[in-house]
Design a protein around this ligand. Structure first.
Ligand SMILES: NC(=O)C1=CN([C@@H]2O[C@H](COP(=O)(O)OP(=O)(O)OC[C@H]3O[C@@H](n4cnc5c(N)ncnc54)[C@H](OP(=O)(O)O)[C@@H]3O)[C@@H](O)[C@H]2O)C=CC1
Ligand SMILES: CC(C)CCC[C@@H](C)[C@H]1CC[C@H]2C3=CC[C@H]4[C@H](C)C(=O)CC[C@]4(C)[C@H]3CC[C@]12C
Length: 331
């Protein structure tokens, strides 16, 4: 029996995000898989469950309430999961936000004619800034949601993930927008800058490496994926929807030049699904696994070496442990 916990699986307004597409794909692959969807909004979570049950009426799908940006909620959800299950095989850390995104139009037009247009379209590098907020825990919201809440969750679920004789896998939905220069060990939460998304995703790449170093001996493995550019609520939030509708034909055209334009949640979930079928022990801790879609619409997964190192990963890990201590004392 395989149990898998997914963070951030709500059925979104029209589209449904990458997490929901992954659940569909997992259930189509193995009807016996037991899913536990960890979502912040009960109604949307139930709607997602019902949608999955329409195509998979026999599926085992349970829900747990989790706002990964609130530390109280993370501790509570982890306790709930520990009471319900004695083992977890996969933990998909998929929840992610990019609040108040702003596009630098000038940089976009400059990039178009710079000879680096394909790179710009695949990574969004230099095009986006965000305005972050502070949570009731006193943490930067993007850091808390995209990184720290997941860190605490993994630590709290350790007894279910680290079981003698079993290996388990945690999977971070990172991004090709993760960039070393956006991240600083002196400003983990990215209080000073305006690229909190890029910073948090780079931190998740580092943290995955650190988790491998600390937990492989206990049977827990960690991997990182990038879903490519997918049209979901996250991307629709960057520009007005009518604009996306207008440029959609161009987006499909760009797909001929870059296989990173996966565009649909189904395609974007490719690497998440591929990892489900791998032996955790065989995965490369230094690789980010990319969902890619060819011009003809064929999906595949490709590993790409990450720009990370052990020393940085270890320093980040130590700092997160200190912050965990401080939060535990406060709650
Ligand atoms: N779309 C893209 O092009 C790319 C996306 N990604 C990453 O993929 C992941 C999934 O995003 P995507 O499907 O595109 O976007 P969506 O906005 O559709 O999905 C994000 C999911 O995260 C959930 N979530 C957000 N904040 C919280 C929270 N505090 N607690 C619990 N759940 C939360 C959302 O729940 P709710 O419904 O309640 O809002 C939603 O289900 C993210 O980590 C994103 O950064 C990476 C690269 C590219
Ligand atoms: C100014 C307009 C005419 C066109 C602007 C297009 C941009 C808004 C988008 C072009 C490339 C996009 C992105 C690329 C990579 C994504 C990354 C992998 C991710 O994690 C989140 C979203 C992206 C940054 C995405 C965002 C929109 C673009 C910058």
């Amino acid at each position: 029996m395989i149990r898998s916990l997914h963070c951030g699986q709500d059925l979104k307004t029209v589209t449904g995000g990458i997490g929901l597409a992954l659940c569909e794909r997992l259930l189509s692959h193995d009807a016996q898989v037991q899913l536990c969807l960890a979502c912040r909004n009960g109604q949307r979570a139930e709607a997602a469950r019902q949608a999955l049950l329409v195509s998979h009426p026999q599926a085992h799908i349970s829900l747990v309430q989790l706002d990964v940006g609130s530390m109280h909620s993370v501790f509570k959800a982890a306790q709930e999961v520990r009471q319900r299950y004695n083992r977890l095989d996969y933990l998909y850390l998929n929840a992610g936000i990019m609040p108040n995104p702003q596009v630098d139009h000038k940089a976009f037009y400059k990039g178009l004619f710079s000879g680096k247009a394909v790179h710009m379209f695949s990574t969004g590098e230099g095009l986006l800034t965000q305005k972050d907020e502070v949570t009731s825990d006193g943490l930067q919201q993007v850091f808390a949601t995209n990184l720290f809440g997941h860190f605490i969750l993994v630590r709290e679920l350790e007894p279910l993930l680290c079981r003698p004789g079993n290996s388990s896998l945690i999977i971070w939905t990172s991004s090709s927008n993760a960039r070393r220069s956006a991240f600083s060990l002196d400003d983990l939460q990215h209080k000073q800058g305006n690229e909190s998304y890029s910073s948090s995703k780079y931190a998740s790449d580092l943290l995955s490496l650190a988790f491998n170093r600390h937990y492989n001996s206990k049977g827990l493995y960690s991997s990182v994926i990038c879903p490519g550019l997918v049209m979901t609520n996250l991307t629709y939030g960057i520009l007005p929807s009518f604009f996306w509708t207008l440029i959609m034909p161009i987006m499909w055209l760009i797909r001929i030049f870059t296989n990173t334009f996966t565009l649909t949640p189904y395609n974007g979930a490719e690497a998440l699904f591929w990892l489900f079928k791998q032996k955790p022990e065989a995965l490369d801790p230094m690789a980010k696994y990319h969902s890619l879609t060819s011009g003809l619409g064929n999906n595949y997964t490709q590993p790409c070496k990450m720009d990370i190192d052990d020393i940085m990963a270890e320093t980040l890990y130590e700092k997160l442990l200190d912050l965990e201590d401080a939060i535990r004392k406060k709650l």
